[in-house]
Design a protein around this ligand. Sequence first.
Ligand code: GLC
Length: 561
Amino acid sequence: MTDLWWKSAVVYQIYPRSFADADGDGMGDLRGIIEHLDHLAGLGVDVLWLSPIYPSPQDDNGYDISDYQNIEPIFGTLEIFDELLAGVHARGMKLIMDLVVNHSSDEHPWFADSRSSLSSDKRDWYWWRSAREGMEPGTPGAEPTNWGSAFGGSAWEYDEKTGEYYLHLFSKKQPDLNWENDEVRSAVYDMMNWWLDRGVDGFRMDVINMISKDVSLPDGRLTAGSSYGDGSPAYINGPRIHEFLQEMHAKVFAGRDAMLTVGEMPGVTVDEAKLFTDPARGEVDMVFQFDHVWADRGDDPWQLVPLQLTKLKAIFNRWQAGLAEVGWNSLYWNNHDQPRAVSRYGDDSPQFRVASAKMIGTVLHLHRGTPYVYQGEELGMTNYPFRTIADFRDIEALGHYAQAVDREGRTPEEVLTVLRARGRDNARTPMQWNSSANAGFTTGTPWLAANPNYPEINAAAQHDDPDSVYHYYRRLIELRHNEPAVVDGDFTMLLPNDERLYAFTRRLGSTELLVIGNFSGDSVTADIDGWSDAELVLTNLPAPSGLTLAPWQSVIYRRTV
Ligand code: GLC
């Protein structure tokens, strides 16, 4: 039964700085989004998620917020925001905001106050600690714990003014908020209510499973080759995480209709996700888990290991089975932190790009859960041909390069190989609207160069082409809206040991769907019986004969059982 509206919805993520620039300053803006709403309504998506648009020093492209209740001037004003929201609602879509409250910017007035003196009213709003016992404050190794930060270097920054250190799990311009403090939590809930009262329809919650920390802040295990300890056991799904999310739900979402909440949760397990997404517990509607996007990395997150289809299938199967009875999955290949899906899971060569982009879309969208489309994915946009480190802008890429090359002595080429495959800037190049200069993204100089393939890969060309990736995604979304088995059907994985075919069925009552994706450049026959009379619902290439799929082909069959 479809009791919760977001079960049949598809969400589209906009990364505003790279979406569309209406005023020619090289940076996307809200007016640019307004001008392109018909592209999104035409695709048929139900919800737009905006990456952060709040005032920010932009150290981490807006994931460092200095005022939670306003709009970054580069992007627009609150008035333009209201106009955007009205335009979204007028087209029957909803809009959710990014909620970044594990940390604020160091330029937020809360932090400025907190760092001003040991006796500040807001001192306890952040994590301040003195130097390690017996060590001289500010000297190497004197940090309160051995934790490394996500963007390289220590997770602690020494602040001379008061002689203490503050915690930052991300950059030193992103100090962690102390959720143990009741006033912090109330301030966050008030802010969330303010946005919901303004008309927004929910939140995507940034690294929300890191807000509760083990207050003893224990040292982390040292991993081979790294100078820092892994502090994550102390802050991933910390002791009070469920309590905090239940409190947030009660203070913010209870009594409001048709909201959507999705928690970004690196390191979350299926068992924990069941708790987070059980509607009876009142926490969040769904979570973003990371297992499938971490399937091609080794113990060291920056190590590349070849992607094995059997491993990927086992991961999805575990999540599908784990949340079959209680809870709900989110489904994504792409977002602003991941390389382009077609380059990673498909084949972005001219010969197979279109087919493989459609095939991976088919496989994802036919799972049980709420699919997320990241801007440009619906065009089959690809990774960028980065040459040197000078081509990157992302703080994560620059931080990793500095640590690996300058401090750990790895060769630039070795590190660049990984960044080309994994770097977040792959996803952040300008949206490719048309074949005019800079992909039609800006009339100025784009903050990050457009992918040189924009003359071939762009929205204008695809709107006019019924065989485009755009129109194929539109059909996938339409299928979810019209075929209840896509939303609610049981999921059964087939051929788990096959390294080329991804196959599964979805069944609801007497309707059964068979989905097969060929993740290879070979023609492959699926050894599955009983489908010879079935109706072909959708394929990305000319209809196959039987179950012999051409390279990168996908099929969806339907039968009555
Ligand atoms: C999340 C965001 C990422 C950001 C980080 C710190 O993972 O998606 O872009 O860098 O949190 O806010």
